[in-house]
Design a protein around this ligand. Structure first.
Ligand code: UDP
Length: 324
């Protein structure tokens, strides 16, 4: 098959592209390199089945032939990382909503199957754990920019599902939980690359708030396997799925584990949110755990890599990059 992957040179897109090429498919990537890096496609360099287009999904003239020529579309292009979202609130909303709208209109015109990546942020502050796809969402006020991301992604979901309802367009909505692994940049605020780099350099690991907030971290290799299964399973069409790990860890325990596994002498430092995000408008989520019951039932997927596997792999990669 010929897949279009928007945001294909992002962290997740690069891994997905490599998987699809390894299965013998053709892949066209469109990426504006705003946060993506060509080096995320290094594994696929020189593969004759890969075509890379540097451009924005907001540019309809560029996007139109790409959707037309593809058999199916993975729409991953998005604003990424809490730090960027806090610093660039206008472009976050525009990229998320207008980007999905453009891709969706073309997918509808040419009747192309479309998988879009939404986010676990849509569950917001809900305490109804683990989060089930049909559970209620609880988002904070519009004065807190963080929630703009969740809200824009939720609107994308509504729009995609509405197209499915009105015209039976084959769509799949995926809510990604914290996805980590090799090649993830520390630049956009993600906690694991930041902690591992700090530990290897002997610098303090900065835990925001009191560190009791929890997350579940899933290896990107497991995540792209899930995306592939969801795209190819007919029973997934018209449905929403959580994709992530359900192994919960507090951020403070994560910091301690990173220090242990890397044999570092670094210390853990607590930093109030007001200092981590000095502009204000930030609220964290205290717990975030997916229910994996639905995805396991429909496509038989479960994550395989443990947190230690992930941390060891990320540390090995960072050691090489930092020349340690
Ligand atoms: N975090 C932290 N120190 C950092 C970066 C992040 O304590 O240097 C915390 C952040 O407040 C959140 C968790 O780690 O509670 C995960 O943050 P990340 O940005 O990786 O993803 P999020 O779950 O916020 O989307």
């Amino acid at each position: 098959m010929h897949f279009l992957v928007t945001g294909g040179s992002g962290f997740i897109g690069g891994h997905l592209t490599a998987l699809l090429l390894s299965q013998g498919h053709r892949v066209t990537v469109i990426d504006d390199l705003s946060t993506g890096l060509i080096t995320n496609l290094a594994d696929s360099d020189g593969n004759p089945n890969l075509r890379i287009i540097i451009g924005s999904v907001l540019d309809k003239d560029v996007l139109e032939p790409l959707v037309r020529e593809a058999d199916a579309v993975y729409h991953l292009a998005s604003a990424v990382g809490v730090r960027l979202i806090m610093e660039q609130p206008v472009s976050t909303i525009e990229t998320i909503f207008q980007g999905t709208d453009s891709v969706l209109r073309l997918a509808a015109r040419y009747r192309r199957k479309l998988l879009i990546t939404s986010t676990s942020e849509v569950y917001g502050k809900s305490e109804d754990l683990p989060f089930r796809e049909d559970g209620d969402r609880l988002e904070g006020p519009t004065t807190m920019h963080r929630w703009a991301y969740a809200c824009a992604k939720a609107l994308d979901e509504f729009l995609v599902l509405a197209h499915h309802k009105m015209s039976r367009l084959p769509v799949v909505v995926v809510r990604l939980f914290n996805t980590v692994g090799p090649r993830q940049s520390a630049q956009y605020g993600m906690v694991i690359p930041r902690f591992v780099e700090a530990a290897l350099l002997g610098q303090p690991l900065t835990v925001y708030g009191d560190g009791t907030q929890t997350r579940c971290f899933c290896h990107v290799r497991d995540v792209v396997r899930a995306l592939d299964r969801l795209m190819t399973t007919p029973a997934a069409v018209g449905e929403v799925f959580n994709v992530g790990s359900d192994q919960e860890v507090s951020i403070r325990d994560l910091a301690v584990r990173v220090i242990e596994l890397t044999g570092s002498r670094s210390e853990v430092q607590l930093l109030p949110y007001s200092r981590a995000f000095p502009g204000g408008g930030f609220e964290d989520m205290t717990r975030r755990v997916p229910s994996l019951e639905k995805i396991h039932r429909v496509v038989g997927w479960r994550p395989e890599a443990s947190l230690d596997d992930i941390l060891n792999e990320v540390a090995a990669e960072k050691r090489k990059i930092l020349d340690l």
